[in-house]
Ligand binder design. Structure first.
Ligand code: PLP
Length: 464
């Protein structure tokens, strides 16, 4: 037998053990701490080991159990940043995708996988009201945003051959950090990202945007793209997409909608996302609010020709020999990535298993629970909301101290809440105030879990 090959019996036994461990994790989630009690020294002692020259065979399963013990658990009380909850049918899909090990470069290499991915992209585009968009799955919203802005640049200030030329990108000051990162990487430069102020609801001020575009034009500069946020990272604000689409059209600019966090909510509250269908590109992270295990993000674009202008640069050895529109299709001509994992399988299995109606119900429930949390915060005299709750991100703070100590006090409360381990929150800086933030994009969260947030924060605040 080849050196690395397993006998069928050995694989069966190992797989059975793995399934037992996985089942135990899923069964016991509710009893687990959400944040493990561990330290840097403990994780280094446990895992910073010498490379194994000889294998331990099936004892390796115990390693996974140790890794689990030092990991955050996907309980219904996991609310930091924008972290999906790892829907288990999709998790099995990830396992099966690795067993099948398709390289989803082009139809000729992975006929079923390519077709499954194109179908899943179509389902999701239709589900958010963007029928007719093309797209592909990427590792995350950061890559989707980078690829979207690469298309915007190629459409409005072509750079692929001659190199980057000065151009401008506009977004609100609440935009996610992946956008400044993308403009830096694309050679547009962070100085050429205009961060426009926001209104009381943290939405971009469109009059300020129009003034900035006009002023830049008057100075002979070249505006290229607007990035709208459909669910800002901090407060979940949705920019006025219809108005932004008009401004983009009037000024002949690319409109990218960063819906990495919020776009799935267009499935249940389409009116809030009016105008999404006029975007040139949209990012939507399925590993956030479609509950998929990492990694799985969707990049949609209106015009696949621009994707190909931006990304197709095919070596002779990779040129497709088929004239057939299905069999000649290559994702690598519309993406940064060449070798690509079969991310679509988990989405296919999870969407087919539950149906889109169940996903809509889960998102609706998260929205309801976020409103419940906002209500509980408003009822509690020592807490206050820091921002309106538009989607499922709730920013709040403890107020029972003098204003000049509140930032430090809330940072300490966050730290103590994490040390208690029951609920995982993140922090939010809202107009200079340090606050606590719970973002509910979790299919396991119940009303009890939402009550636990308030209970844990008050307990941490009142502890001696
Ligand atoms: C609005 C927004 N855009 C982009 C991203 C980046 O996504 P990823 O972490 O998948 O790269 C995030 C992540 O939280 C986000 O909330």
């Amino acid at each position: 037998m080849p050196p690395l090959e397993l006998s069928a019996e050995e694989f069966d036994a190992l797989a059975a053990q793995v399934i037992d461990v996985a089942s135990e994790i899923v069964r016991s989630l509710d009893q687990r701490r959400t944040i493990p009690s561990t330290s840097g020294a403990e994780t280094a002692a446990a895992f910073d080991l010498a490379a194994p020259q000889q294998g331990v065979r099936a004892a390796v399963v115990a390693d996974f159990e140790a890794i689990t013990a030092h990991a955050r658990a996907s309980t219904g009380r996991l609310f930091p940043y924008v972290v999906g909850s790892g829907e288990p049918v999709a998790a099995l899909g990830d396992f099966l995708a690795s067993i099948l090990n398709q390289n989803v470069t082009a139809w000729r290499s992975a006929p079923s996988a390519v077709t499954v991915e194109k179908t899943v992209v179509r389902w999701l585009a239709e589900a958010i009201g963007c029928s007719g968009f093309s797209g592909n799955l990427t590792s995350g919203g950061s890559l989707a945003n980078l690829m979207a802005l690469a298309m915007a640049r190629e459409a409005h200030a072509p750079a692929n051959d001659a190199g980057a030329r000065p151009c401008l990108v506009y977004a609100s000051e609440e935009v996610h950090m992946s956008i400044p990162k993308a403009v830096a990487l694309l050679g547009i430069g962070r100085d050429h990202l205009r961060l426009i102020e926001t209104d009381d609801a943290f939405r971009i001020k469109t009059d300020a945007l129009e003034e900035a575009i006009a002023s830049d034009r008057a100075h002979g500069l070249r505006p290229a793209a607007i990035v709208a946020s459909a669910g800002t990272i901090t407060t979940g604000a949705v920019d006025p997409l219809s108005r932004l689409a008009e401004i983009a059209r009037e000024n002949e600019l690319w409109l990218h909608v960063d819906g990495a966090y919020g776009a799935p909510a267009a499935m249940v509250e389409p009116a809030r996302f009016n105008g999404l269908e006029h975007a040139d590109s949209i990012s939507l992270d399925a590993h956030k609010w479609l509950y998929q295990p990492l990694d799985c993000s969707l990049l949609l674009y209106r015009d696949p020709a621009i994707a190909r202008t931006t990304f197709a640069y095919t070596g002779d050895y990779a040129k497709t020999l088929s004239e057939d529109p299905v069999e000649g299709f290559a994702f690598f001509e519309e993406s940064v990535e060449l070798s690509r994992r079969f991310r679509a399988l988990k989405l296919w299995l999870s969407l087919r298993y539950h149906g889109l109606a169940t996903f809509r119900a889960a998102i609706e429930e998260n929205l309801r629970l976020a409103r419940l949390l906002a209500h509980l915060v408003e009822q509690e005299p020592s807490l206050e909301l820091l921002a309106p709750v538009e989607l499922s991100a709730v920013c709040f703070r403890w107020t029972n101290d003098s204003e000049d100590t509140l930032n430090t006090r809330n940072a300490e409360i966050l730290h103590r809440t994490a040390a208690r381990g029951n609920v995982a929150l993140s922090h939010a800086i809202v107009r200079g105030h340090f606050g606590l933030r719970a973002c509910i994009v979790n299919h396991r969260t119940t009303e009890d879990d939402v009550h636990a947030i308030v209970h844990e924060v008050l307990s941490a605040a009142q502890a001696p």
